[in-house]
Design a protein around this ligand. Sequence first.
Ligand code: FES
Length: 336
Amino acid sequence: MTTDNHSKEIAPLSDPGIPEHVHRRTDTDPKAAKKAERQVAILFSISAIGTILFVYSYTFMSGDIFVFLPVMGSTNAKQLFLGLGMAISLFFIGLGAVHWAKMLMPDNEIIAHRHEFRSEESDREDFVKTVKAGAEAAGLGRRSLIKRSLGAALGLVGLTPLLLLRDLGPLPKDDFTKTSWKAGTRLVTDPGNRPIKPSDLEVGAVAQVLPELQPGELRKLENIGKDAVLLIRIRPEEFQLDAERLSWTHEGIIAFSKICSHMGCAVALYEQQTKHLLCPCHQSTFDVTRAAKVIFGPSARPLPQLALMIDADGYLVAKQPFTEPVGPSFWERDSA
Ligand code: FES
């Protein structure tokens, strides 16, 4: 079987050019033009009637008259005619203008060729000469004192907007990297503010906790956003942790920041069977048995783990502050 390649070649399209200009009847027939003129005048006149209706309804109609309309039911006549008058006046003025443009306004086809935006070489040279002559006349070259003081003044003026940055509020200092957790801070239930003993949590249980407040201290909203911690209890033999991280747990109880390390949502779902924590926002999934290692989703790092121990009264407390910033990864500088 032979293939005829030539028959498959596509013939290049020729430039169709601009279609021949077709004159409108109103361009060639004075009677048609006169008729179009009358049509436009009628449309504008209907618009004028609409305006008169609007003014009349506004000025003379009582607001107490109601008329019955099939779909709308009982309708205030004044409001109805105000609306109708305005609609007629605007609609027909637009229609008249469009009809006028299509039938009677000049119908010449004009080709505007593109041109270069760059100025002529001679204009550019003239401009440079004018600037130089102006600088010369102002004595900028000769009067170096003025030149330097002007430079300093302009530079300082440029610095002033930087001062306005102070108005954005106090500097955040270490607010982004530190939480309220300190060594010895008790974990309290949220809600409830009750200290927790290990025996309060059964295996498989999960609880949200916050740092205990000092007497007279108030809980600030921005701190809750950083301090929220999830407390989870599993069987100790299920942990797959290195010695240090294992020492941060207590009798199978492990604590993680509740703030997702992807974009800061609350990691609020715990699957008891698989021991997975799930962030509902973008489905990042963290393995509780492996120090909240990311096993699925967009998050780039594990949830920070809070080291736990018990105090002299048997309550769960933080062994130390978080060792890394909580929340989205972009605040975090040192760890991978
Ligand atoms: S904020 Fe948690 S996965 Fe995006």
